[in-house]
Write a protein that binds this ligand. Structure first.
Ligand SMILES: C[S@@+](CC[C@H](N)C(=O)[O-])C[C@H]1O[C@@H](n2cnc3c(N)ncnc32)[C@H](O)[C@@H]1O
Length: 264
């Protein structure tokens, strides 16, 4: 059972191509001030590339790495095998988080914008933390990927694609810094700090651009199209538009940083 629309990922492709997400995530992890013995939740851990970095900072601690996608968790269990019982993998929807008063901290990178109900998300995260515990996270926000989204939406409204996109809604929630701060406070977090930053990303080639966009950004858009021929046609138009950009094959990413604490 899940209340979220998005379940599966191509985790092999994500593991191989997620250098941008990993570089943003390393900056988020560098903000943590850890003792080294905490119990931390990695919320939306993906294939565990950043979970491994987190575990390196917790020599006497443990991590619960949770994600909705079985594929992601399968890849994560291979990638994190060397950490043994220091890490536990949990399949779960962030909108149905079962933990109460369990964690000293929660880290999350590149995941919250896939969750469409932020009021419930932050209430769940707040409930999962012990008094005095912290949340340090980053996700897409503000005008994230506006250029690509406008192109995909415009293309989806033209023939032959329009027939298959009737009623389709983008699977993301991109909040701004002020909006997400209010949301965190309503959930009970204090010492809330939020900010938004550009993270323009340039991919190496047309091939990498198409594989990245297809598997990491527009996978749910493409699921609407009933044949591989139509999916390839859709991506070919977006690839041609991206080739004409300056610089070519660039993605107009924006990241939303969020942090807060549960009162003592
Ligand atoms: C772009 S990946 C980020 C993975 C990793 N944190 C990183 O930065 O590389 C987003 C992850 O969020 C997970 N996710 C999306 N919605 C979720 C939900 N409602 N509950 C749990 N995980 C979710 C996806 O399955 C995916 O693994």
């Amino acid at each position: 059972m899940t209340d979220s629309p998005h379940r599966e990922w191509n985790s092999d492709v994500y593991h191989r191509l997620s250098a941008p997400q990993v570089s943003w995530g390393k900056k988020v992890l560098s903000r943590l001030r850890l003792r080294g013995d905490e119990l931390v939740l990695d919320a939306g851990c993906g294939t565990g590339r950043l979970t491994a970095d987190l575990l390196e900072s917790l020599p006497r601690g443990r991590v619960i790495a949770m994600d909705l996608s079985e594929n992601m968790l399968r890849s994560a269990s291979e990638h994190l095998a060397r950490y043994g019982c220091q890490v536990r993998l949990v399949a779960c929807d962030l909108l149905q988080l079962p933990f109460e008063g369990a964690f000293d901290g929660i880290v999350s990178t590149a995941a919250f914008h896939w969750v469409l109900d932020h009021e419930r998300l932050f209430a769940n995260l707040h409930r999962a933390l012990v008094p005095g515990a912290w949340l340090e996270a980053q996700c897409g926000g503000g005008p994230n990927l506006e250029r690509l989204r406008e192109r995909a939406n415009a293309l989806g409204a033209t023939r032959p694609f329009n027939h298959f996109f009737a009623g389709f809604r983008e699977p993301w929630l991109f909040q701004d810094a002020a909006g997400v701060a209010e949301c965190l406070r309503r959930a009970g977090f204090v010492d809330v700090e939020t900010s938004i930053e550009p993270a323009m990303t340039i991919l190496d080639s047309a091939k990498e651009y198409t594989e990245f966009v297809r598997n990491i950004i527009l996978q749910l858009h493409l699921e609407n199209l009933p044949s591989e021929r139509l999916r390839a046609e859709f991506m070919a138009v977006l690839q041609e538009q991206a080739a004409a950009d300056d610089p070519p094959f660039s993605l107009d990413y924006w990241r939303l940083n969020l942090r807060g604490r549960v009162p003592e």
